[in-house]
Ligand binder design. Sequence first.
Ligand code: UGA
Length: 432
Amino acid sequence: MNICIIGTGYVGLPSGVGFAELGHNVVCIDKNKAKIDSLNSGKVTLYEDGLEELFLKNLQDGRIKFSTKMEDGVPQADLVILAVGTPSHPVTKEADLSFIYAAASEVAKHLDGFTVIATKSTVPVGTGDMVEAIISQVKPHDTFEVVSLPEFLREGYAVHDFFHPDRIVVGTDSIKAFALIKELYADHKDSPILHTSRRSSELIKYASNAFLAVKIHYINEIANLCEKVGAKVSEVAQGMGMDSRIGPRFLNAGPGYGGSCFPKDTRALVYLANQHNSKLSLVNNAISGNEERKDMMARRIMSAVKHINQPKVAILGLAFKNGTDDCRESPAVDIVKTLIKYNMPITVYDPKAMECAKELLGSKVFYANSMEEAVTDADVIAVLTEWDDFKALDYEKASMLVRSKIIIDLRNILDKEEAEKHGFDYHCIGMM
Ligand code: UGA
């Protein structure tokens, strides 16, 4: 199948590489020339476990190509996938659909022969109708179908999730378009395909992301309660998760959820609900609770060093979670921004997200080249992202490098016993 993907971000690029690996001919289009030049020269533009290897293989085999021009991919495509960003509108917080609409109208000009246009970007209910209307202005309606094909892959696990999705949701009333998408995923034998209306499919994506955000917010509140009543959140989460109706995933208490999806999608869903005079109190609470949590976490770090004059803070982790170089809406970045306001000297380190963090934090913090450098002379070590590298912290060495032995582990990944054995005053989430 000839596939053209519009957008080479965290959804477009891994999907493009994945479809190429399945044997399809893929052309990825992006307006960003620097990105396209880099991809054409064999340099992958984002970090995803296992992506580079697959990308290089398929680039060399000629199954995936990159261009800035629609005409290089759209006319020959059987399927055009829209995978452009839908960021939060800075004022209203609704999903900003300008990139989707611009892509649709550009695509429309270059369509040739019957083509399915599938939206993988997370878009509010009704966007498919708008995309259809935009394309109809240029092409007769019997030459295309607009399908909702939401993407559920997680950053950091995008390659794994591409090949092993829990489900493939296809929103369309067209039998022809559904057959094409079924063929596209013919090799995904273990993943059920759910055929729905386009509007249901659009809502499934938002409802799923918001549900997971609520689940995280819930366990974070339970963690707060654990601290008050002397329970351990890890044990509580384990016990809850053993109930198959609840499930064990997304019950890790932490500094709050972040990333380019949950924060923006929860806000967009609430906006949509408000537009339709429909109440979403749980999601609303998760949004405000998550914001408060980041402040609470920053205060926790500050209060651990309040007795120290001019305390130095070592931040381990800036990415919004492990496995990615992305720190968009990362709780770690927001926490550091709060600490900056209190004029504390801060040294930060992340194994993958330093570049992204530099764009957001500028020259207000020191950037270390290693975990050891970050903790040198620190009065408090704060762990904000759950990288495996941090789990392997050498307590013996760290205890000799730091100035004061305090650890605030906001991801509950360090070894409390080991830390205490080496004289650290260790604090984590959801337990005393
Ligand atoms: C999320 C969804 O999980 C994907 O299914 C979806 O495709 C994607 O958004 C999207 O809309 O594109 P992602 O943003 O990559 O994926 O990250 P998650 O793994 O869901 O984590 C989101 C945030 O929740 C992170 O900050 C993470 O640290 C936090 N989290 C996650 C917790 O605090 N506790 C948990 O137990 C799980």
